[in-house]
Design a binder for this molecule. Structure first.
Ligand code: DI6
Ligand code: FE
Length: 405
């Protein structure tokens, strides 16, 4: 605990700490102080020491304060967008027709390959800013629209640049096994080898990779191909995560849990074996209601069974140009409640403490002494409001490392 004078002191706040098992870890009429970028003191406003002093003091008059939100699954760096395909579909074209005409992921790959680093940065930064404007202070960004070394590198460099431009933590995931690039159409094994033996070690060597992800699905990569990637990642000392059981049960969740993976993501078609493996390994279930909504899916992820087995549930935007052009993590939490029937508390733990865990971080996601002072004060008094309002500007003030955003 750091002694006063502090850098920042918030008084008369409603703190959703998520630091214990009580409902939202709620503390009313509480004070919170920060020093050197960390939380230095938490307690009842009336218990503040007589010596309490800070450079900046704010009386919050009952406003809700949460940890800065954590979006643990995004593909927000990409060139162009696919609004035109959205339009085509609503005028009767099918996904398959669009894909056969060169659309879908292939269209995003072409646009991303065609954009230089500055263009990619300029197109992607506003998406990150939109997430921040709704309370996000830590962000994961995947590669996967390059599918060749140069463009995968450019995507990851842009992701890092977004982090330094905005002064936030960006965790990168290498998603070379996202789709088979058209030039490898008849040479799957060659592409998997390129990803595992050249792209991953090269980009990891350049410090661009915090974790390794893949899309394990009938229309993407097989469990055997995914395993080969994970073995390579493990050799390189990198944690793994997986797009698993989105459209069918491929045993992806059990596979990633077998590598003590950080998370298995999507999971609409997750079965009991996968759940048991995840529970045993402590792998987080990341649910992505934006993609479920945009694809008009009807097969729900097994939320009750995840609860029963004590698997931590996180929620993320999956922000991507094809299946989830979603720019609000709070809206993702709202959808998790409405579509997946999570309670507001579950959804909120899902965008704070459990999302943090899905990134392999431990220094944020809760309000507790010693944690990073990534905070959001809201135009709200109770936690459920954050999931209840559909849209609207609710952020009153955000701080990153104790500094106003
Ligand atoms: N699952 C998805 O839903 C997206 N990627 C993935 O692995 C689709 C991405 C796109 O259509 O651009
Ligand atoms: Fe995704």
């Amino acid at each position: 605990m750091t002694e006063p004078p502090w850098d920042l002191l918030l008084t008369h706040a409603t703190l959703a700490t998520f630091a214990d098992a009580t409902p939202c870890g709620l503390l009313t009429d509480a004070a919170l102080a920060c020093a050197d970028g960390r939380i230095a003191w938490i307690g009842p406003t009336t218990a503040l020491p007589a010596t309490a002093q800070a450079r900046h003091v704010e009386d919050l008059d009952g406003a809700l304060v949460t940890p800065g939100l954590v979006d643990c699954h995004t593909h927000l760096v990409f060139g162009g967008n696919r609004a035109h395909e959205f339009d085509l579909r609503l005028n009767g074209a099918s996904y398959e027709e669009i894909a056969r005409a060169g659309g879908g992921i292939a269209a995003s790959v072409r646009a991303t390959r065609a954009a230089d680093e500055d263009a990619l940065f300029a197109q992607s930064l506003p998406r990150a800013r939109a997430l921040l404007a709704d309370g996000v202070t830590t962000l994961e960004i995947k590669s996967g629209y390059g599918l060749e070394l140069e463009t995968e590198r450019r995507m990851l460099r842009v992701a890092r640049r977004i982090g330094s431009e905005l002064g936030i933590t960006v965790r990168t995931s290498f998603l070379g096994l996202h789709a088979l690039p058209p030039e490898y159409k008849d040479r799957r094994d060659d592409y998997v080898a390129l990803v595992c033996d050249t792209m991953l070690p090269t980009l990891a060597g350049e410090g661009l990779v915090d974790a390794v992800d893949a899309f394990c699905e009938r229309i993407a990569f097989t469990p055997a191909e995914t395993r080969r990637l994970f073995e390579r990642a493990t050799q390189l000392g990198l944690p793994v995560k997986l797009h698993a059981e989105q459209l069918s049960d491929q045993g992806g969740a059990a596979l990633v849990a077998g590598f003590h993976g950080l998370s298995a993501d999507h999971l609409e078609h997750l079965g009991n074996a996968g759940i048991a493996s995840m529970a045993e390994a402590g792998t987080v279930a990341v649910l992505l209601p934006g993609a479920f909504y945009a694809l008009r899916e009807t097969h729900l992820p097994p939320v009750a069974a995840l609860r029963e087995h004590g698997v931590p549930i996180a929620i993320a935007t999956d922000c991507n140009p094809g299946t989830s052009p979603l720019l609000s993590l709070r809206l993702a939490a709202n959808m998790a409640c409405t579509l997946f029937r999570l309670t507001p508390e579950e959804a909120l733990r899902g965008i704070t403490v459990h999302a943090t865990r899905a990134l392999g971080l431990t220094d944020r996601g809760t309000l507790a002494v010693g944690q990073r002072a990534d905070l959001v004060a809201w135009h709200a008094k109770q936690p459920a409001e954050l999931c209840y309002w559909i849209g609207g500007p609710l952020v009153r003030q955000a701080w990153i490392g104790g500094e106003p955003l």
